[in-house]
Design a protein around this ligand. Structure first.
Ligand code: NI
Length: 227
C-alpha cells in the first residue's frame, strides 16, 4: 500500500514536471489574487487662504488590498496582453504635518499591458515583463469631519467637498507564474503605475487646489489558471 502511494506520488510529480504550463499562442490565463495598491505619493503643499496663508506640507495616502481579476491572452508563444482589473480600492488620506484625517477616496485603476514571456512555449516557470497604459477613475471622495472642522476653524467654511481628477499614464510591470500543474500556477506580480492627479477642496468660502502624484507600487499574490 505504501509502495502504491509513493508510486502514485512519483507519477503525479513526473506529470507536473512534464506538463507544467507551456503557455502558447491562443491560451487564456486568468489570474486572481490579493492585489495591494501602495501609493508612493508626492504631494504639493496645501495653501489655505488665511491671512497670512496657512501652508501645510501636503497629503499622505494609505495602502489598500482588494481582489485582483487579471485576464491575459497569449497573442504568440512569447507575447501576451493583460488587463489588470480589481474590486474598487479605498484609501484614507491624511494631511501631513498636522496629522488630521482629510478624508477617503475610492478608485479603479484598469491597466492594459503588453507582456513578454521569454520562456513562452516551454514548460516550467513563466516569468514576464510588461509595459502598459493606465486609466485611473477616482470617485466617491469623502471629507473627514477632522478636515471639515479645521476648515471651519481656519476659514470659517461651513461646507467642504473633496475631489481628485482622473489620471492617464504609463505602467511597467514584472511577474512570474510558478506552475503547480498543467493548468494551475501561483502568480506573483508587481506594477509601478504613474498616477498623477489634482485635488480640489471646495468650500463655501473658496477652493484650494494642489497636485498629488499617487504613483503606486501594486502587488499581486494569487493563483493563475490557464484555459
Ligand atoms: Ni507621477
Amino acid at each position: 500500500m505504501k509502495q502504491v502511494t509513493s508510486l502514485a506520488l512519483a507519477a503525479l510529480l513526473a506529470g507536473i514536471a512534464v506538463n507544467a504550463n507551456a503557455y502558447q499562442a491562443g491560451d487564456w490565463v486568468l489570474r486572481l489574487g490579493a492585489t495591494t495598491v501602495a501609493p508612493d505619493e508626492d504631494s504639493d503643499r496645501v495653501v489655505l487662504p488665511t491671512a497670512p496663508a496657512t501652508v501645510l506640507p501636503g497629503v499622505s495616502i494609505d495602502n489598500d488590498t482588494q481582489l485582483g481579476i487579471i485576464p491575459m491572452y497569449m497573442l504568440t508563444d512569447n507575447w501576451g496582453v493583460e488587463l489588470l482589473a480589481a474590486t474598487p480600492f479605498e484609501h484614507d488620506v491624511k494631511v501631513e504635518g498636522v496629522g488630521i484625517n482629510a478624508g477617503s477616496v475610492t478608485h479603479l485603476p484598469p491597466t492594459l499591458s503588453m507582456q513578454w514571456y521569454p520562456y513562452g512555449g516551454q514548460r516550467g516557470w513563466q516569468p514576464y515583463v510588461g509595459l502598459g497604459v493606465n486609466y485611473t477613475f477616482i470617485y466617491d471622495e469623502d471629507v473627514d469631519p477632522q478636515l471639515a472642522g479645521a476648515l471651519e476653524a481656519l476659514l470659517g467654511a461651513s461646507e467642504a467637498e473633496l475631489s481628485l481628477d482622473d489620471s492617464f499614464g504609463l505602467a511597467a510591470q514584472a511577474g512570474v507564474d510558478i506552475p503547480l500543474s498543467d493548468n494551475w500556477a501561483v502568480n506573483l506580480a508587481v506594477w509601478y503605475i504613474d498616477i498623477d492627479s489634482t485635488a480640489k477642496i471646495r468650500t463655501d468660502v473658496g477652493t484650494v487646489e494642489f497636485d498629488v502624484e499617487i504613483d503606486p507600487w501594486v502587488y499581486n499574490v494569487g493563483i493563475a489558471y490557464r484555459f
